[in-house]
Design a protein around this ligand. Structure first.
Ligand SMILES: O=C(O)C(=O)/C=C/C=C/O
Length: 478
């Protein structure tokens, strides 16, 4: 599988090759080309040309049909996509096959449907005494695409999160230049092949590979020809992109980091809360922005919950590695920091020994911690690994205060059988998403995104289509 750029309807390999590593074994599995500035510039120009050509002239029905062809193309090459995603990320095959790849096709179908049924608003206006005439008018709104949209996507759910932005951007009539993470370029290349085969006009979708700082990512987000930027990744990178975009006042949509809390009340179904927290803390080895890293448990069930969660963490198997040696080292540095800060390590805290080639990979143990104060760095800073800290609380007020005591606010989970409590607590949590008695149960029409350092704006359904288009109000005097 050759990793290639896709610019102006053609596949390219401009730029020096950089190594791709299999996170499971640490072995080199290929290379990808580092896009030079000139190629990023050519991609932006190709996108601009597409807007004044066939793609810009396409009707919503034609765009909707194009998205459906892309979804069908992903389905047709399903196994290739799964193989590529597993090779790039090391995630369990079952996860790629049941979440990442089906959701990519689902993202395109969701926006093909939404685009088709999207109503626009109109107002019949009367302004008594209007000096310009009868004061009677018709106001209606139409939406125009933003233009050339830059999409920077992360390495944790590479295809899911790339298509989560590409689908609505294309649906709204924009032309796209995408730059996936340098860690995971393969499924993005397959997507470019599918889009090419789906017959989208040259320049409607462009793909450039490379690194971020002082490289393809920065060339793209600082490009004067870019009309908007959509990014998922770390908050610090988001801030850097925002600085880069400020000179041209480029609108941004950010889904950033998190330090997501779980609240477990004593009346909860404890087994369900344990099961749910195993999923929300350890799925994809904690490398999902929605994962739980802080768990607060009402004191009467605290010991039981910690005991059960620790048991489950110790017994976990078949989990994947961290994406890279550098990220593995970062997570392990937090495991050491936790102990230095006085944590009790209930489970994990180190590196697993498999006795096979995985020992050369980037695995870390699923880890459960307790005993730290809220001010500890381990409790405040995003780690982005298979680790959570569990602390007790005594009252509902205290639980909400603890959950909100964070610079982040992306997602939270609440476990309780008390319906009134669920409806009291959930809206008070300072995050974009609150799951009650579940985690990551997704309806693609709902608003998705975070508050505070967790992001700017919302994705999902109309929210994405609104970001990727500009409303124009037309007022016709009658
Ligand atoms: O959009 C989703 O459903 C989803 O799972 C996003 C995860 C983002 C993680 O960084």
């Amino acid at each position: 599988m050759r990793v290639r750029h896709y610019v102006g309807g053609g596949f390219r390999t401009d730029g020096a090759p950089f190594a791709l590593v299999d996170p499971v074994t640490g072995g080199e599995v290929g290379t990808a080309p580092e896009a030079p500035r000139a190629l990023v510039d050519e991609a932006v120009r190709s996108a601009r040309a597409a807007l004044s050509g066939e793609w810009g002239a396409a009707s919503p029905e034609e765009r909707s049909a194009a998205l459906r062809r892309i979804a069908d193309g992903i389905d047709a090459r399903f196994e290739e996509f799964v193989d590529a995603e597993v090779r790039d990320t090391g995630k369990p095959r079952e996860l790629a096959a049941t979440v990442d790849i089906p959701r990519a096709a689902g993202n395109f179908r969701a926006y093909a449907d939404l685009l088709y049924g999207r109503p626009e608003r109109a107002y019949s206006t009367r302004v008594p005494g209007w000096s310009g005439g009868a004061g009677q008018a018709l106001n209606y709104t139409v939406r125009r695409p933003l233009g050339v949209v830059a999409i920077i996507s992360p390495w944790n759910l590479p295809l899911l999160l790339l298509t989560w932005k590409v689908a609505p951007a294309l649906a709204a009539g924009n032309a796209v230049v995408a730059k996936p993470s340098e860690e995971t370029p393969t499924t993005a290349t397959l997507l470019a092949e599918v889009i090419h085969e789906a017959g989208l006009p040259a320049g409607a979708f462009n793909l450039v590979h490379g690194h971020g700082a002082d490289a393809a990512g920065a060339f793209l987000t600082g490009h004067p020809g870019v009309d908007a930027i959509a990014f998922t990744g770390e908050s610090a990178t988001g801030a850097a992109i925002m600085r880069n975009a400020a000179d041209h006042v480029t609108p941004v949509s950010f889904e950033l980091g998190g330090k997501n809390p779980a609240l477990v009340f004593a009346d909860a179904d404890l087994e369900a809360a344990v099961d749910g927290t195993v999923r929300s803390s350890f799925t994809h080895s904690g490398q999902i922005c929605l994962c739980t890293e802080r768990v607060y448990v009402e004191r009467p069930v605290f010991d039981e919950f910690v005991e059960r969660l620790g048991e489950r963490a110790r017994k976990l198997d078949g989990y994947g590695p961290m994406i890279s040696a550098a990220h593995r080292d970062k997570v392990l540095s937090y495991y050491r920091l936790a102990v230095e800060e006085g944590a009790t390590v209930v489970a994990g805290g180190g590196v697993p020994v498999f006795g096979d080639d995985r020992d050369n990979g980037f695995h870390v143990e699923p880890t459960v911690l307790t005993g730290l104060p809220e001010q500890a760095r381990t409790v405040r800073e995003e780690i982005f690994g298979p680790v959570c800290h569990v602390a007790p609380f005594d009252t509902e007020e205290e639980a909400v205060r603890l959950a909100n005591d964070s610079e982040y606010g992306l997602a939270a989970t609440v476990w309780t059988r008390d319906l009134s409590r669920a409806h009291r607590v959930a809206p008070r949590i300072e995050s974009g998403i609150v799951w009650v008695n579940c985690w990551n149960l997704r309806d693609l029409r709902t608003p998705f995104g975070g508050v505070k350092a967790s992001g700017i704006g919302r994705e999902g359904g109309e929210y994405s289509l609104d970001f990727f288009s500009e409303p124009v109000n037309v007022c016709i005097q009658i």
